[in-house]
Design a protein around this ligand. Structure first.
Ligand SMILES: NC(=O)c1ccc[n+]([C@@H]2O[C@H](COP(=O)([O-])OP(=O)(O)OC[C@H]3O[C@@H](n4cnc5c(N)ncnc54)[C@H](O)[C@@H]3O)[C@@H](O)[C@H]2O)c1
Ligand SMILES: [Zn+2]
Length: 454
């Protein structure tokens, strides 16, 4: 429960704290001291009233709780699996009532157009087999079309489908772009309509599905318009990943590597050892070449990535605390990604940012030369770019200044301190940044034929 501080209070001020008690269907305020928490139905909200000579101020403190599920499941589109339709409902009684009522389920589904080409028939069969009244909207959701226009297009269709805002969540199926746009559209519709995320890329499986952020690009900036509204649930099925192009598997591995470098040395070792196998098998258990160890590595890696991401996100869902380890790789990459759009994927830009920051860490004495080499080798084995000519010192400085503007007087930089451990630094000097940049370019800059110059 948050406390209201009245530090500069006026001596003539009269302030009272009120609790809120339910009385015959209405709420009444009662001085906090008189509230009987055992006998009454008491809200978690409070009203603080302060009366001064200038007037009266009511300060409302209303804790809002978000509850959402992240569920890993198999065969999500098998008609006998009801997770997609009912898995978001937590209350067993409610679930039983719905099952008993035999009322027809209604769902609005937005799906990435490319995903629809592969999984569209299976999705329609699933919905028909479950007697769902449905509309499927297949859209070209790409980084270039990740805009308010696309969100409005979805909203127009949602509106004409006439959903029941409380009981009929919008379902989004696709990569991070599709999930982000649909999440924002749902957050706007009737002020907040529940939505469900079904990630179909590795990146969205371990990252975009797990947290609360939604958004679209605006004014040439990544995700400048958005909301912190989590889905009702995210349903994760690794089998979607088998059709993801190899480059996009690497893309997702970059976000996984981020979590490994920040907080899990075991995950780092797993990626070092099985990275190539994970790329080849596309995280599928039935992949025959590398067999059992590889399928175990796939489920272990996704599980560690998801749980460590949730550990960082759950206590800071609205990102009020600016000291965020999950921002590693996201300091310079947003500007880099927008600058060279569409040539770099999100995870690739993140990896280039991480690669430079590894050099900053080394320059600050936080990583040994051997640790630095191991990290860069691991990045290369995951087929990720470790350098880019568009990532200039000028872009780095501009990104840091931009961060300063939005994060209250300190540039907070998450940096690895050893393998699988990190800390936030806010005193990185210009000299360190420059020296790291020079070594980074000397060691990793790519020649025109694509090879890394010695
Ligand atoms: N909300 C968050 O917390 C969060 C976190 C990380 C990233 N993001 C956002 O996610 C986006 C990147 O997501 P992404 O990498 O998934 O990109 P994406 O959504 O563009 O998908 C990548 C490509 O893969 C195709 N595709 C998707 N699933 C497929 C499948 N199963 N088989 C074959 N092809 C498939 C898509 O059509 C697309 O061409 C960025 O816009 C980023 O800002 C959001
Ligand atoms: Zn990211």
């Amino acid at each position: 429960m948050g406390k209201v501080h009245l530090e500069d209070s006026d001596p003539k001020e009269k302030s009272t704290e009120f609790g809120l008690v339910r009385v015959k269907g209405t709420w009444k305020r009662q001085p906090e001291k008189k509230v009987n928490k055992d006998a009454d139905c008491v809200s978690a909200a409070k009203i603080f009233e302060s009366v001064t000579e200038k007037g009266t101020t009511w300060t409302v403190v209303s804790p809002i709780v978000f509850t959402y599920k992240v569920t890993e499941t198999r065969d999500l589109l098998d008609p006998i699996n009801d997770t997609l339709l009912l898995g978001h409902i937590s209350c067993p009684q409610k679930l039983e009532d719905i099952k008993k009522s035999n009322q027809q389920i209604k769902r609005f589904v937005v799906i990435d157009q490319e995903v629809y080409k592969i999984y569209g028939p299976k999705l329609s069969q699933y919905l028909e087999a479950n007697n769902v009244l449905y509309k499927i909207l297949a859209l070209p959701t790409t980084e270039e079309t990740k805009s308010m226009d696309m969100a409005l297009k979805i909203l127009e269709e949602v509106n004409s489908f006439s959903l029941d805002r409380r009981t009929e969540p919008i379902i989004a199926i696709g990569g991070g772009v599709c999930l982000d746009i649909v999440g924002l559209a749902a957050s706007l519709y009737r002020r907040r309509t529940p939505y469900i995320r079904v990630p179909t890329t590795l990146l969205s499986y371990i990252d975009a599905s797990v947290g609360a952020k939604t958004g679209v690009n605006f004014a040439n900036c990544k995700n400048k318009l958005g909301a912190y509204i989590p889905p009702a649930a995210a349903f994760l099925d690794l089998s979607f990943i088998k059709t993801v192009p190899r480059r996009h598997i690497s893309n997702g591995l970059a976000e996984m590597l981020k979590m490994a470098l920040m907080k899990h040395s075991g995950l780092f070792e797993l990626l070092e050892k099985h990275g190539c196998g994970l790329l080849d098998s596309k995280f599928q258990a039935d992949y025959s070449v590398c067999g059992r160890t590889c399928s175990q590595a796939a489920s272990q890696a996704t599980r560690i990535a998801i749980t460590s991401m949730l550990e960082e996100l759950a206590p800071n869902l609205w990102e009020d605390d600016l000291n965020r380890l999950v921002d590693f790789g996201h300091v310079i990459s947003p500007a880099l990604e927008m600058k060279v759009l569409p040539s770099l994927l999100h995870g690739e830009a993140v990896n280039i940012d991480m690669s430079y920051m590894v050099y900053v860490s080394k320059e600050m004495g936080l990583l040994t030369e051997e640790e630095k080499q191991r990290i860069i080798s691991c990045m290369l084995s995951l087929e990720l770019p470790v350098w880019h000519e568009a990532c200039t010192m000028e872009l780095i400085q501009r990104s840091l200044q931009d961060r300063l503007k939005h994060s209250g007087s300190l540039v907070r930089m998450p940096l690895p301190v050893g393998l699988g451990q990190a800390d936030i630094f806010n005193n990185t000097s210009c000299e360190v940044l420059h020296r790291a940049y020079e070594t980074w370019c000397d060691e990793l800059s790519v020649s025109p034929d694509g090879s890394i110059e010695p």
